[in-house]
Design a protein around this ligand. Sequence first.
Ligand code: FES
Ligand SMILES: [Fe+2]
Length: 466
Amino acid sequence: MTEDASTRPGEARASGPSVADTLASDGIPPPPPLLENCYTFLGDKDIGFGRYTSPEFFRRELESLWPRTWQWACREEHVPEEGDTYVYYIGPYSVIVVRSGEDVIEAFLNTCTHRGTRLLAGEGSGYSPAFTCPFHGWSWEINGTIRNIPGRWDFPHVKNETHDLQRVLCERWGGFVFINMDLHARPLADYLGVMPEHFRHFPLERRGVKLHVQKKLPANWKAAQEAFLEAYHNFETHDSPNGGNTQYDVFSKYVSRFIHNIGNYSPESLEDYAGDKFRQPLLTEEELLAFLGVYGIEVDGLQPGERARGVIAEKLRSHFGEALGVDLSQVSESVMLDSIEYHLFPNMFFFAGITVPMVYRFRPDGTDVDNSIFDLLLLEPLAEGAEPPEPPEPVLLDVEQSYTEVEALGWLGAIYDQDTGNLALQQQGFKTSRKPGLTLGNYQEARIRRVHMTLDEFLSNSDGAI
Ligand code: FES
Ligand SMILES: [Fe+2]
């Protein structure tokens, strides 16, 4: 253990090589953003359980968070042609994203300016040459201006300024369409902070959706996403000998990151976590190669001086390079292999890696404090010059269903079952505790604390831009 009496809170780290050490010994150096290290101690007070269970707290989120924060609604390729729409739901709110011109994507509240009826039902993609309300037939052009009001003679008081569709802020980044219902919100760029510079090295706009899984989860949306904000759970939840050397960064009140090395297990960090109680023996370098089996790749073994991480990365460069039609020969070990996960407040995750190319979004399930919806996308790099394919419809999984039912998730299915398998127990446990809140590690769980701190800014400042 590196902890001692002279260490200040948040300064202690797991024993063994750090992520920076691992990246420094990789054969192909990582892009510079992966060498950045950004952590400051954020405090160690418990986080109240009521934040996950109280209908009153949830109501405040519905009032002061969701209508005022940026969130991605869909990918640009969900609305490729003029008139294509995508309906997005968050809590009780709904937004229509529409491509209203060749390179114009706009967004409107999904509600009629006559008597409030929702204009488009159901979530997802559609096509509307104009919007027509199903109740009395008011209609709007796809740019939101009034097109026709049946019996107009009775509505001399109805004007464009007051009865065009209600606009929502809409910006794009990385191939995603973001919306914000607060017309006075800060620009998206303020939220993204370092992300455009970092993702210049892993351009998400040059990826296409290979798979979209949408799963119901039996926990508050924050508890659900917090299962993915740390790798501290790896030892117990995944029974994996990896995770101790994960690096955590908090870049701003909106953006944080972890980098979790794959193919590099350290005996020292294992002892820190579980000692001899750990169920899996530490793998040898030779044994680590077995990981390639999940991709159907076999290797004979290591040559003298070779490290498993380098060999695995090299095999995967050619395997994925060929499969995707992309030149991966100069991609660093880290970008090939590692779990490089950025979180964008309040509920979005973007992965930079090639073999771990996920995007997540966690939302309340309607207006239910105890349940959430997990969107999981796999974003595959596109061959040079290729257009993104039409995104697949989401595969819907209910609470009881296993991710392993989704064949395209491959070996990840069982991992996700482990990741979200504890959520019902956690949500129930929140309500049983005499101790009023949950306790967080100073370093490994700092990203969770940062989200709560920013959430508090939204809840305590219900007017101004956050
Ligand atoms: S409520 Fe929409 S046209 Fe009347
Ligand atoms: Fe996990």
